[in-house]
Design a protein around this ligand. Sequence first.
Ligand code: INI
Length: 158
Amino acid sequence: MPHLEIEGALRGDGLRVAIAVARFNSFITDRLLAGALDGLRRHGVADDGVTVVRVPGAWELPVTVKALAESGKYDAIIALGAVIRGDTPHFDYVAGEAAKGVGQVMVSTGVPVAFGVLTTNTLEQAIDRAGAKSGNKGFDAAATAIEMASVLGQLRGK
Ligand code: INI
């Protein structure tokens, strides 16, 4: 007997996706949002299947993602933000809580949440990951959201 193998399809038609995006460092997060919207559209997600929620900063992402997940309206969620170390002692708290909180929401609700929050030492590193040298992590997060909606849908027999 061949083994059973399950993998996600990168087909977004019919999916409902929410994007929670932080306004802090909007120079970067606007580009992550553009990348995510491009990624969703190019994988077949309809424009009217997408909801964008803007919040002040990455700190506010977990509670927002939780509300979106618990609404039952979305097949997948994308969290976008940019936490840049610079000189701020805030960095470790904000970056740590965003990652931990968003991860907890995904596990506790079962709704896939793609983590498109950049945590970098410098603005240049963030720019590289928001549409320059290292691609666009918003686009990557969109593909991950679609893939995981497909994987979990299959595991749940849908
Ligand atoms: N929020 C970010 O999204 N990125 C950061 O780099 C950042 N820094 O460095 O402070 C940041 N802080 C704001 C935070 O997310 C909250 O919005 C704020 O503390 C109000 O709750």
